[in-house]
Design a binder for this molecule. Structure first.
Ligand code: NAI
Ligand code: UGA
Length: 430
């Protein structure tokens, strides 16, 4: 089929390359000329394992990119994969989605045949039907259910495993309100579902599909926060939280995934999506106490980590190595990294901060240009009065003699990743 995707970032580029891989012809529309040029050169504008190879294979053939929205007129289906950031008060910011829908609608005014527009972005319930669809109708002159259809297909890929997650999904969620839209969505996903050996395909309403995404992210974030709540109790009783959490994970009703206790969750989506659904719930008169508690526990973890540090070292004037700047291992993305509130608090306490991350240093330097950065963990630890481990990069598990170069070997581990114990003061957050 002929597909178009508006927005070629983490999601738009990943799904474009994967849709091309399963046999569709795909055109990405993006306002960023560098992104478009990079894609057309056969390179991926974002770095994800396996993505470069897919883009290189299909660019110029089944995959192309342009800044010109008119390209969507030669396609049957358009996916909107645009940013949906947070407003200051946590509400979803739909301004980019609205702008994209306006441009898309204006372009569709010139197309006679019916067209399906699918929300791929994470949007709060009723957005597609009550915000996007009216803009599309107004700009295109088309009528919903006649020569215009809408759908909603939430994305569950994780950064660092985006291609694998999209090509081998746990589930495919297809939200639609007409049989024609449902049939077109099925046709788009049939080759992927066949290739992935038939994952469950959930066919549901548009608003249900929007809510499934928030429920998925909200539940995962809350599961981590509950693990942290339990781990914090264990810590106060000097009980090994890892023993406790790995044991409960054996209960098939709980499962071991996302029980990793530590300094908490960050990234480009959990914080914004949990905040957005809390705000959307309050807008309709419901106070989501569990989701609010998940945020509260999460916000406390960096504070608790600094408290553990203060038990051993006064940060005022101390040289503190911050190991791990990315929001999670396997990515250079620092959006809402837990290192951000920690570095802010250390600087407020007049600490001398040196940061290290295997791949995220340059992105973190954009946020904190005035702190020192090291090219290795060993260099960061050399002469340091304390170390804070914030991201669970596998290489940190192998650190050993590097700690001997510290001025005072105090290691406060926010992710239970460091294995060395003898000859250092080791303090784990949980
Ligand atoms: N990043 C992730 O891991 C996941 C993100 N999502 C959701 O997918 C949506 C997109 O997120 P990302 O791909 O991470 O965003 P991104 O920020 O990586 O990419 C967005 C792209 O849209 C382009 N753009 C902005 N305004 C535009 C316009 N008016 N017309 C055309 N292109 C425009 C930007 O140039 C950029 O290339 C969000 O709703 C997000 O919550 C869902 C699952 C996973
Ligand atoms: O909507 C999105 O953008 C995506 O958000 C998350 O994916 P992502 O943010 O890439 O990363 P995760 O692997 O989920 O980790 C999120 C945060 O939770 C933390 N985490 C994760 C797992 C765990 O056990 N403990 C824990 O603290 C990580 O360090 C990280 O800061 C979801 O896992 C994806 O399904 C979803 O599509």
């Amino acid at each position: 089929m002929q597909l178009s995707i508006v927005g070629s970032g983490y999601v738009g580029t990943t799904i474009a390359a994967c849709f091309a891989e399963v046999g569709h012809d795909v055109v990405n529309v993006d306002i960023d000329e560098e992104t478009v040029a990079t894609l057309n050169d056969g390179d991926a504008p974002i770095h994800e394992p396996g993505l470069d190879d897919l883009v290189a294979e299909h660019a110029g053939d089944r995959l192309r990119a342009t800044t010109d929205y008119a390209a969507v007129r030669d396609t049957d289906v358009t996916f909107l994969a645009l940013p949906t950031p947070s407003e200051d008060d946590g509400h979803i910011d739909l301004s980019i989605m609205k702008a994209g829908a306006r441009s898309l609608g204006a372009t569709l005014a010139e197309k006679d045949e019916p067209h399906l527009v699918v929300t791929k972005s994470t949007v709060v319930p009723t957005t597609t039907e009550e915000v996007i669809a009216p803009i599309l109708e107004e700009e295109s002159g088309k009528t919903l259910g006649e020569d215009l259809d809408i759908g909603m297909n939430p994305e569950f890929l994780r950064e660092g495993s985006a291609v694998e997650d999209f090509l081998s999904p746990d589930k495919v969620v297809l939200g639609s309100e007409t049989e024609r839209a449902a049939g077109t969505l099925r046709a788009v996903f049939d080759p992927l579902v066949a290739r992935a050996e038939d994952p469950p395909v959930v066919e549901t309403g548009v608003a249900e599909a929007e809510m499934i995404k928030y429920a998925n992210n909200g539940f995962l974030a809350a599961k981590i926060s509950l693990a942290n709540d339990i781990a914090n109790i264990c810590k106060e009783y000097d009980i090994d939280s890892e023993e406790v959490l790995s044991a409960i994970g054996l209960d098939h009703r709980i499962g071991s995934a996302f029980l990793g206790a530590g300094v908490g969750w960050g990234g480009s989506c959990f914080p914004k999506d949990v905040a957005a659904i809390i705000a959307a719930a309050r807008d309709v008169g419901y106070d989501p106490a569990m989701l609010e508690a998940a945020v509260e526990v999460n916000d406390r973890q960096p504070v608790r980590l600094l408290g553990r540090l203060r038990e051993h070292v006064d940060p005022d004037g101390a040289r503190v190595a911050v190991l791990g700047l990315a929001f999670k291992p396997g990515t250079d993305d620092v959006r809402n990294s837990r290192a951000i509130p920690l570095v802010e608090a250390l600087l407020d306490a007049n600490a001398d901060v040196v940061g290290y991350d295997p791949v995220a240093t340059e992105n973190f330097r954009d946020e904190f240009p005035d702190i020192e950065y090291a090219d290795s963990a060993g260099e960061a630890l050399d002469g340091a009065d304390a170390a804070l481990v914030v991201t669970d990069w596998p290489e940190f598990a192998d650190l050993d003699t590097e700690f001997d170069a510290m001025a005072t070997p105090v290691v406060v581990d926010g992710r239970r990743i460091v294995t060395r114990r003898d000859g250092i003061v080791y303090e784990s957050l949980v």
